[in-house]
Design a binder for this molecule. Structure first.
Ligand code: 13P
Ligand code: SF4
Length: 332
């Protein structure tokens, strides 16, 4: 009897047990070669997944890889908007995500209908949206940015133009403070980066006066004000390589620490604590829905697949390509 693939992903992922005897790392490697597939992983994935990926990076690097890969299948170990961006850039490829429930609270904080109204209330503005948005929001935008190129994207817009920035209010306010540009900012946020406690970070700092605080710009302003360095995940990683300090308090999702330790085995990295000490809130629960077992089953059955409606894709691709062109031109 033929298996209906949609029955296999009733929960948003292939929920089939994997025998203990299966060596998942080897099998994933074999299927990847046989199917001409590439695994792209974000820095917020667990270390084991980062280690088997063909490429690990931040949002900008991953979209650059998705745009240029020659593979026939892209398996995205990250959240939905990232896989969707890959599909928009490479519509002829099969893009797989191991769990369709891997969303993003920041992306969710910007509803397309509300955003359309917001644009209508601010006519004549250039619309810059963060990559952490749905395809519908990208289709309503003029340029996309990520945390590693947001400042340069805003600076590329002529001074006389008025700007809407969405959806992250913390990143928006940070860029506004750097560029001095007036912007209408959508009031969205990421639940992981809003959860860090300034008080607890300062407590750790007081006990480790030799530690530097490094933070992602999605953190709230009081945390950014005490940070020694602010940057995207890749910028933070690069900073820990080039900087001479030996100890860092890291205010972003804890997955990045895996790479930081790999490239700086002699240095100490302390995850910034969240407000609620009993939760693992500095782990993104959406990112952590991706597991080795789900990757294995996804490669095996080639589901769940990411599909983007053609009309939305045709609009969204323009704003993403504009970002990639500016980034290429600036060597980012
Ligand atoms: P990066 O642009 O640093 O990859 O950030 C993505 C993200 O989801 C941050 O929460
Ligand atoms: Fe979205 Fe925040 Fe998770 Fe990044 S860390 S994917 S912004 S919910």
């Amino acid at each position: 009897m033929a298996v209906d693939k949609s029955d296999l992903i009733m929960k948003g992922y292939v929920d089939i047990a994997v025998e203990d005897s299966v060596n998942m790392v080897e099998e994933i490697g074999r299927m990847r070669r046989e199917k001409n597939a590439i695994i792209l992983a974000h820095f917020y994935q667990i270390g084991e997944i980062q280690d088997i990926a063909d490429f690990v990076g931040d949002s900008l690097q991953l979209s650059q890889q998705a745009a240029k890969t020659k593979a026939e299948i892209i398996l995205f170990a990250g959240v939905y908007f990232m896989a969707e961006t890959a599909k928009i850039l490479s519509p002829e490829k099969k893009v797989l995500i191991p769990d369709l429930n891997a969303g993003c609270s920041l992306s969710e904080s910007c509803d397309p209908e509300e955003f359309r109204k917001f644009i209508g209330l601010n006519p004549g503005h250039i619309v810059v949206s963060y990559v952490n948005t749905s395809a519908e929001i990208k289709a309503l935008s003029d340029i996309i940015c990520t945390s590693s190129n947001a400042v340069q994207i805003i600076n590329s817009i002529p001074e006389k133009e008025k700007i809407i920035f969405a959806p992250d209010k913390n990143l928006g306010n940070y860029i506004k403070s750097i560029t001095g540009r007036e912007m209408r900012i959508w009031q969205g946020a990421c639940h992981v980066h809003e959860e860090f406690s300034l008080e607890k970070i300062l407590e750790i700092k007081n006990k480790n006066m030799d530690a530097k605080i490094i933070a992602h710009p999605e953190c709230e302003q009081p945390i950014l004000l005490v940070a020694d360095y602010i940057g995207s995940t890749n910028a933070l990683l690069k900073y820990t390589k080039s900087d001479e300090n030996k100890k860092y308090i890291v205010a972003t999702e804890s997955g990045i620490i895996h790479q930081m330790k790999k490239v700086n085995p002699e240095k100490l990295f302390i995850p910034a604590p969240p407000e609620n000490a009993t939760c693992a809130c500095n782990d993104c629960n959406f990112m952590k829905l991706i597991t080795m077992k789900k990757i294995y089953n996804t490669l095996r059955f080639e589901i769940p697949e990411v599909i983007v409606e053609k009309e939305i894709r045709n609009k969204a691709v323009k704003s993403i390509r504009r970002m990639l062109e500016i980034s290429d031109r600036l060597g980012l």
